[in-house]
Design a protein around this ligand. Structure first.
Ligand code: AMP
Length: 190
């Protein structure tokens, strides 16, 4: 199973991805988590990424694509993976297409979590109090929503044209949302 999990910041991708990856026995790969680990370790990649992340902007495509290519080439991805937070730009879609074609594989589904913007901002402000993430301040939260709307929301249409998209209501309990995801993945896209 090769899956993408999409949705705006605060939609609950991280929460759902662990459970989903466990159900399909595939690795969950979250580019945001990899960047945060690199920032924490102050690696050259982390130092490059940090400024973008602190402003709520996307890290440059070439940097992100190279990082994902390395991760997807690892043996645990051979039989499937769940990508959380990648691709986020049209250029990243093209690069992922190339990576998949090189490995002679294709995507099975793109799950898109939908939640309205006011609810997202509220959730992220609550997360800021609990986790203290550097990019969860209100101006950066709002910028991240804008960047998603400008650069990533158009990807839904792009994948929809390939009949891969399954939209899932991202409101409710973690279990309710998980059950909705299971349900859409158990039936063919129409
Ligand atoms: P996330 O944890 O998915 O909300 O990502 C946190 C931050 O990491 C984003 O605001 C970006 O700065 C950066 N990031 C994560 N994934 C990507 C990506 N696919 N392309 C560019 N930047 C990314």
């Amino acid at each position: 199973m090769r899956l993408l999990l999409m949705g705006p910041p605060g939609a609950g991708k991280g929460t759902q991805s662990a459970a989903l990856a466990a159900r399909f026995d595939i690795p969950a790969i979250a580019t945001g988590d990899i960047f945060r680990a690199q920032v924490a370790a102050q690696t050259p990649l982390g130092i490059t990424a940090q400024g973008y992340m602190d402003r709520g902007e996307y890290v440059a495509d070439e940097v992100t694509n190279a990082m994902v290519a390395v991760r997807l080439a690892e043996p645990d991805c051979a039989d499937g993976f769940l990508l959380d937070g990648y691709p986020r730009t049209v250029e990243q879609v093209a690069e992922l297409d190339t990576m998949l074609a090189t490995a002679d594989s294709t995507l099975d589904s793109v799950v898109v979590l939908t939640v309205d913007t006011d609810e997202l901002v509220g959730r992220l402000l609550r997360r800021a109090e609990i986790e203290g993430r550097a990019d969860d301040t209100e101006p950066v939260i709002r910028r991240r929503q804008e960047v998603y709307a400008e650069q990533t929301a158009p990807l839904v249409e792009l994948y929809d044209a390939r009949s891969l998209v399954r939209e899932v209501d991202g409101t409710g309990t973690v279990e309710e949302i998980g059950a909705r995801i299971d349900e859409v993945l158990s039936r063919p896209v129409v």
